[in-house]
Structures are given as structure tokens and as C-alpha cells.
Ligand binder design. Structure first.
Ligand code: MAN
Length: 361
């Protein structure tokens, strides 16, 4: 594991008031992060559940477009089965629902290491693709705008949407950019060879493959093509699935990004542990993987090991600070935290991976 030069839990559920009466905050986690002229801005996923309990029923919150509020459906326990701590499945239809709903909130931090302020819940679901919530924002500055990708969950599946903003107060919505099932979309901060690049993670229910990272290009940040399979897991720590974590940053040796891996083996009843690894891509051709690190960051502290989903560190944001980077991550699907790594340690951890294939050699 890499040395953690600085490490702090930034926000816990008790620090965040619920978005409306009758809800309770389960988690404030998976923070997108970006450096602005006024310090670091974070966009956090706030997951809320219904406060009310009804014996024999499971509460399934959803966004009601007609009222602009969260409504709760009550499913008789006899009709549903629990898939894991967060997912419930209707026994007859096989269709899943979440037992919480998430929205996004903005937090501001001058030094990137403590939170100064938390905005109102300004970013709520807005359309039929967001009925079951907004999740896991990733922020990239491209020229003079901040682009935020986030997961839009609904009865139509798990898709990725894009918005842009200059001030994190008003947002321009660009709609769905990756249709279901697709999440963990991160944008590169500049055009490379005349094209924008993104890493994304189709999560097909195909029996042929585990969820893997893909790479794609665009001329306008909203329409994506040139899709190629990029990086899969397969080692002990990332056997179950891999997905992009932080957006890539430019270093002298290549584009550096932190990604996540999950170690769930086939047949495991638990969700498995989530850890972080580093990935280096060619500066001129990011489709070429220079190397990867293996597991450099795993759940070790109490707030990473215990929570709504135990044993999770889930990197989602990165801010450069000279020779070091601040990596923002979700811990145990409960808290938002920050860890500082030396860039030389991250680059030093990169090995040419035998068995890790580039999309285009
Ligand atoms: C998975 C997990 C959850 C998430 C749903 C929908 O079950 O990643 O955290 O809420 O997918 O995106």
C-alpha cells in the first residue's frame, strides 16, 4: 500500500441535514472534486432512506416528478427479496429497486482538507431517467467550464448523464451521454489529437464478461464513439469488477488516474471489498496503457471498514497540489474522505502489467 501523507474523513451522515421531512441521511459519499479559483469544490452523493417503518413492508423511495419531492412506495415483504444491503428485487417480475434515493450536494473547501460550507440540496432529480436518484459525480475542468458526469438511476436502468457549470450554482444539462447500463464515466481534461476522451464502464448483465473499463472519444463532449474495451480486472483485489475512479491528470510520464477494483468472487454472498489502483496512459494516445499499479489503497481505517457497505474505499476525485495529489473518496458508502499521496509514489507504483491489455497496442 502507498503511504498516506494526509488522511481525513470530511463529512459523515450526521453533518448533512435531510433534503425533506420524513427522510434520514444514510450516506454522504463518492465525492467528485475539482480545483477552482476559490479552492476545492466537491459534489457529494447524499443517499437518504424513509424514516418511517411499517411492519411487513419495505420502503422504496422515488422522485415524484409531479410534486418535485421524494415519494415512498411500500412493497409487501412477501413480494420482494433482498439482493444486498441496498437492492431489493420483486420476486414476480425480477425487477430491482433501491431502498434509498440519492441527490447531489455541493461542498466547498479552501484548503481541500476541511469542509468550509455545504450548499442547499440544489441538484435533485429532474426527469424520468432520474426517478431513483443521482449518484457518483465526477468533475473535470475543460477550458473554462466544469463538466460533471453522474449516474442517473430509474426504472429504465442505470445511465450516465452530463451537466456543465461555471460556478456550481447553475447547471446546464446535456442529457444522457451513456445509455444503460453504464456508470463510472470520467472525462480527460483536454483534447488529445483533436478529440475528447472518456473512460466508461458498461455494466451489461452478459454472462460473458465481468464489468470492465472502456475508452471512447468525442468531438463535443456529449456524443461519444470510437468505443474500445480498455482495462479489465482479474487479480485478487479486482477480480469482481473494475471501473474508473478519478478523472485522469497530466504528469510528465503520462495520464495518471486512480481506479477502483472489487474483489467479489463468483458465489460470494457479500458485495466484496473495494480498493484503489493507479493507471498510467500514454500522453499522446491514452488508449495505450503504459502500466498499472495493482492495489495501492485499501479499506484500513474504521470509517472505511464499517458503514452502510463495509470495506469500501471508492476514489472519485483528484486535486493536484504540486508534488502531491489529494484523492477524494467514498468510505463504506457512508462518508466522504480525502487522502494525500505523493505523485512520485504513485508513478513509482506503476508496472508494465503482464496480462493487462491496452485497447490499441
Ligand atoms: C449498485 C451500487 C449502488 C447504486 C446502484 C445503482 O447497486 O453501486 O450504490 O445505488 O448500483 O447505481
Amino acid at each position: 500500500m502507498l503511504p498516506r501523507l494526509f488522511n481525513a474523513c470530511l463529512l459523515r451522515p450526521k453533518d448533512v441535514p435531510p433534503s425533506q421531512e420524513g427522510m434520514t441521511v444514510l450516506g454522504v459519499f463518492n465525492p467528485g472534486a475539482v480545483a477552482t479559483d476559490d479552492g476545492v469544490v466537491l459534489m457529494l452523493r447524499v443517499a437518504e432512506a424513509a424514516l418511517e417503518k411499517r411492519a411487513g413492508f419495505t420502503a422504496l423511495p422515488r422522485w415524484d416528478l409531479s410534486t418535485g419531492r421524494i415519494a415512498v412506495d411500500w412493497a409487501p415483504d412477501t413480494e420482494v427479496e433482498r439482493v444486498d444491503a441496498r437492492v431489493i428485487k420483486n420476486k414476480k417480475t425480477g425487477i430491482a429497486r433501491l431502498n434509498f434515493i440519492s441527490h447531489l450536494r455541493v461542498a466547498r473547501s479552501r484548503d481541500g482538507r476541511t469542509i468550509d460550507s455545504l450548499d442547499e440540496p440544489i441538484f435533485q432529480p429532474m426527469n424520468k431517467y432520474e426517478e431513483f436518484g443521482l449518484e457518483d459525480p465526477r468533475i473535470t475542468r475543460i477550458e473554462d467550464k466544469f463538466y460533471v458526469t453522474y449516474v442517473a438511476v430509474s426504472r429504465h436502468g442505470v445511465a450516465t448523464a452530463l451537466v456543465s457549470t461555471r460556478d456550481f450554482r447553475s447547471f446546464e444539462r446535456h442529457g444522457i451521454i451513456y445509455y444503460p447500463e453504464n456508470k463510472d464515466v470520467v472525462l480527460f481534461p483536454e483534447k488529445i489529437g483533436g478529440l475528447y476522451f472518456a473512460l466508461h464502464r458498461p455494466t451489461t448483465a452478459t454472462p460473458f464478461a465481468k464489468p470492465e473499463m472502456w475508452i471512447a472519444t468525442s468531438t463535443d463532449v456529449t456524443h461519444w464513439g470510437g468505443h474500445e474495451r480498455f482495462l479489465g480486472g482479474g487479480r485478487v483485489w479486482d477480480l469482481g469488477r473494475v471501473g474508473a475512479g478519478t478523472p485522469p491528470i497530466r504528469t510528465a510520464r503520462g495520464w495518471l488516474a486512480i481506479y477502483h477494483g472489487n474483489n467479489r468472487r463468483e458465489g460470494d454472498l457479500s458485495i466484496g471489498a473495494y480498493s484503489g489502483g493507479a493507471l498510467l496512459m500514454d500522453l499522446e494516445n491514452p488508449r495505450r496503457i503504459v502500466g498499472a499499479s495493482g492495489q495501492i489503497f485499501r479499506p484500513e481505517l474504521e470509517f472505511e471498514r464499517l458503514g452502510y457497505i463495509p470495506e469500501v474505499v471508492f476514489p472519485t476525485g483528484i486535486v493536484e497540489q504540486g508534488d502531491t495529489v489529494l484523492v477524494y473518496y467514498g468510505a463504506a458508502d457512508t462518508c466522504s474522505a480525502v487522502v494525500e499521496f505523493a505523485v512520485k509514489d504513485l508513478l513509482g507504483s506503476i508496472l508494465p502489467l503482464s496480462g493487462v491489455e491496452s485497447a490499441t497496442p
